[in-house]
Write a protein that binds this ligand. Structure first.
Ligand SMILES: *Cc1c(COP(=O)(O)O)cnc(C)c1O
Ligand SMILES: [Zn+2]
Length: 392
């Protein structure tokens, strides 16, 4: 393993990576750091081609020391599909969709859960807890059970029913909250405080390793393109871990010298019903203010006060990217149009990225020849209510 320590991106303090860790004393999330010179000496890009078709193919850039602690259900190495028919429809010649709907539990959250649970287990955690909008809780309950850990998952009453059922199916303790994810967060914080160290806080960005699992989406995009980057990556941003993770992957690959110096422009997509990052980006702010009365059909991105706001805004600025909000009606229309053109039923969050691609093409921010990668973060079949069949 090449993990050396944890870094605070806000106050630069270094932390021990061999004990369970949550936030820095200054309140910032912590980032895992690796000895990249040693990684470069140990492995070359060509070596990955012969490895297993899951995210563990990147073990040199992952934080699990002992393979015996790997908790896996075969997550990662999802296809990167050309979508030229829908691309032609919106004026993009090189549109690609990475389909995270094929990951166990039907969303990319399984990447974060696989790596997060594996490392928490390795460092001695026996019980994890978190607030969630649904998919993260479903994934963590699933992987906790697979790894022999207990889980306590708090989610809003409005979260997709299937995600509640997944928690129960995996033997997790489910708590339903009449409110939003931040209300669920307050409840989990109380439980953890009362547990006297017995429950590990695995909330979004409150432990450093979920991010490491999610960053593998960025590693895969580069490997699947032949160790080069696209022009633009569009990501549906709630807590922003996927976006921060993709940015971290890109900067690690650049430091390794495996992808050249140019990074893709990163785009954060939110809903007009909950757009704290878009508002902060437009104002040139360094932090995001909490969004009042959040509500959208793209439930996975209903995060009124993301803890990683600074890191998200940094990733957008550092890559010359942007942030935009799209409307629920347009999301659902593009979800339908994408299915008609390409056959794949997207999740609403993935469809939001296609609405963003269309909008950015219309405004000229994207040119016809830009190579654009869109993340479909979950399986459309988890959200049957996005489509209504005639007569049904
Ligand atoms: C959680 C989730 C998102 C948002 O991901 P973040 O990395 O937290 O920004 C997007 N889409 C789906 C389907 C999700 O479950
Ligand atoms: Zn700090």
């Amino acid at each position: 393993m090449f993990l050396t320590h944890l870094d605070c991106p806000r106050c630069d303090r270094k932390h021990d990576a061999e004990v369970l860790a949550n936030l820095c004393d200054c309140g910032s999330p912590l980032l895992a750091r690796y000895d990249l010179d040693a990684v470069r000496a140990a492995v070359t890009p060509a070596a990955f081609a012969g490895r297993g078709a899951d995210l563990w193919r990147y073990r040199e850039l992952l934080p699990v020391r002992d393979d015996a602690h790997r908790v896996t259900l075969g997550e990662g190495w999802t296809p990167l599909w050309p979508a030229s028919r829908f691309g032609g429809h919106i004026g993009l010649e090189r549109l690609l969709v990475k389909d995270e709907g094929l990951v166990p539990t039907g969303s990319f959250k399984a990447r974060g859960a696989a790596v997060g649970v594996s490392r928490a287990r390795e460092l001695g955690a026996r019980h994890v807890a978190m607030p969630t909008n649904g998919n993260a809780g479903a994934a963590w309950a699933t992987y906790a059970a697979r790894g022999g850990l207990r889980s306590t998952i708090a989610m809003p009453l409005g979260a997709p029913t299937i995600t509640r059922n997944e928690v129960v199916a995996a033997g997790g303790e489910l708590i339903l909250v009449d409110g939003l994810i931040n209300d669920a967060g307050r409840l989990v914080a109380e439980l953890i405080a009362a547990s006297g160290g017995g429950i590990f806080d695995a909330g979004t960005l409150r432990e450093p390793y979920r991010l490491e699992g999610k960053k593998t989406m960025g590693l895969e995009i580069c490997e699947q393109l032949g160790w080069r980057v696209p022009d633009v990556i569009i990501y549906p941003t709630g807590g922003g871990v996927g976006l921060i993770g993709i940015h971290k992957a890109l900067t690690e690959l650049r430091a390794l010298g495996w992808i050249g110096d140019r990074l893709p422009r990163l785009v954060a997509v939110q809903s007009t019903g909950c757009a704290p990052i878009v508002r902060a980006f437009a104002a040139g702010a360094h932090r995001a203010e909490p969004w009042a009365d959040a509500r959208t059909v793209a439930f996975g991105i209903t995060v009124p006060a993301p803890l990683g706001d600074e890191l998200i805004l940094d990733a957008l600025t550092a890559t010359g990217g942007t942030a935009l909000a799209v409307d629920d009606a347009e999301i659902l229309a593009d979800l339908r149009a994408f299915g008609e053109h390409e056959g794949l039923l997207l999740c609403p969050e993935g469809a939001a990225c296609l609405t963003a691609a269309r909008t950015l093409r219309d405004s000229g921010w994207l040119s016809a020849s830009d190579e654009v990668v869109v993340l479909n973060t979950g399986a459309g079949i988890k959200y049957p209510e996005t489509i209504s069949a005639p007569g049904a």
